[in-house]
Design a protein around this ligand. Structure first.
Ligand SMILES: [Zn+2]
Ligand SMILES: [Zn+2]
Length: 209
């Protein structure tokens, strides 16, 4: 039997390995706070300095559609609620309520998923898809929140955070330097590795943490 998210071999009968379970739990814990933070990134360049006063005075300003989409119905809340509903259905439970503000719904769905993470990791047949989808969502949110100026992107961090949970944070070459350091886990990538990263041809053996 293998982990349905990362395909690592498992010693027991389960859906997820320990690394993928911990990664899923951590991301579900981070998402509600990140949802709130996204509100401060609705304006281009916002979240860096000035603050709301300057925004009000200089209206109208453009809105970041990508941030808006992530915060709206169909964005983060829909991904979380859909998985919570699928999980509850698989357990023979009723549909969870979808009430209150989007913030509250995000929190309720993430909390509901975390409370059932042990069962999910052990038995939920959708666990692998859930873990991968939540990892993608988490990466997208982190990219939206990243206030770094647009610099050269060189793919995503290949560091193994433990038992097959790949970091996956977006990597950039900051202007004027030749060192790429993952902003999430701190792994350094010298220039000789950039091509492999950018093309997805990264060899795990070279991923020194
Ligand atoms: Zn795994
Ligand atoms: Zn990393």
């Amino acid at each position: 039997m293998n982990c349905t998210a990362c395909t690592a071999p498992l010693t027991d009968t389960a859906q997820l390995c320990d690394g993928c379970t911990r990664g899923l739990d951590t991301r579900l814990g981070e998402l509600p706070g990140q949802y709130l933070l996204l509100a401060t990134h609705l304006r281009p360049g916002a979240g860096r300095s000035d603050g709301p006063v300057a925004l009000v005075r200089e209206a109208p300003m453009p809105v970041r559609e990508d941030v808006l989409d992530m915060r709206a119905a169909g964005g983060m809340v829909t991904t979380l609620e859909s998985w919570r509903e699928a999980m509850q259905e698989a357990r023979g439970w009723g549909r969870p309520a979808r009430t209150g503000s989007v913030e509250r719904r995000v929190l309720a769905a993430a909390r509901g998923l975390r409370m059932n993470i042990e069962w999910t990791a052990a038995e939920f047949v959708g666990a692998g898809d859930m873990a991968r989808e939540i990892r993608t969502l988490s990466g997208q949110v982190r990219a939206l929140l990243d206030p770094a100026p647009p610099t050269l992107g060189v793919g995503t961090c290949a560091a193994d955070l433990g038992q097959g949970d790949i970091c996956d944070a977006p990597l950039r070459v900051p202007a004027g330097t030749a060192t790429v350091r993952c902003r999430r886990c701190g792994t350094d990538y010298p220039p000789s590795t950039w091509l492999a990263l950018a093309t997805g041809a990264w060899a795990p053996a070279g991923a020194a943490a």
